[in-house]
Design a protein around this ligand. Sequence first.
Ligand code: BV8
Length: 243
Amino acid sequence: MKDLTELARALREATHVCVLTGSGISAESGVPTFRDAQQGLWARHEPTDLATPEAFARDPDTVWQWYRWRRRLVAEAEPNPGHHALAELASWHGNLALITQNVDGLHQRAGHPDVIEFHGNIHRNLCHREGKPVTVDDDTERPPTCPQCGAPVRPGVVWFGESIPQKALDAALDAAGSCELFIAIGTSATVYPAAGLAEIARDNGRSVVEINPDATPMSDHADLILRAPAGEALSALLQAIKD
Ligand code: BV8
């Protein structure tokens, strides 16, 4: 309880807040986290084997079908109390920047404005040759072809070994560099450069908070930890703010 009260006070006092979310915040919506996304059909694949340009070049159909499976799963999912509480906290605070590593679009569906999509969005598709967004029927067995040039279409996400889109990277670096309070929610803090954002805040002497039921590599560097699921912690935080 003490930590919750302390975090509520820090939120009231901070003029700039930066939040980084990972797949843990979507776990309570039934969307498997990245580490446990390998269920059933996909048990024989490692995400880092599928979410790469090399995998798409080698076996476009399998990679495409993995994303189709995830899109269908996300379409069935609903934003959970964690997404909703965070959207309410953002609207209450007025200067809370949200950076998400998630590609599921659930923050937006919870009404969260201005989401920085650090790793893209699974509902967006790009021409593999031009890199431009294309509108296609993506519920297909094989990658569709680009309506403009006929090249294969790929998911609009950032794969391992690919750079973060410049606009998202600049916005995230600015938010992490100018915040007084950095809150990491539901991330294993293992993928860079996303995980490095907390380090920027810490190196600037800012308060770093972790909300996660499990410990992560950033736990030792956190000033405050809510060792709880995101839905429970964020709903309690919203209540504490209102009290
Ligand atoms: C880059 C989109 C420059 C796709 C993703 C060696 C070779 C090449 C590269 C590297 C290398 N070593 C390091 C790198 C860099 C690499 C990297 O970091 N690799 C890792 C594996 C070491 N990064 C990159 O390649 C990045 N680009 O560096 O560009 C460059 C350019 C050219 C060449 C080289 C470098 C791009 C990385 C982006 C990859 N794309 N996603 C897709 O979704 O298909 S990453 C993907 O995995 C997610 O987006 C997310 O970022 C990450 C998973 O992390 P989490 O979200 O944290 O999820 P995870 O499952 O790990 O953890 C869940 C957490 O939730 C847990 O802690 C759990 O306890 C908690 N939890 C569970 N339930 C709850 C909960 N929390 C709260 N409430 C709950 N209920």
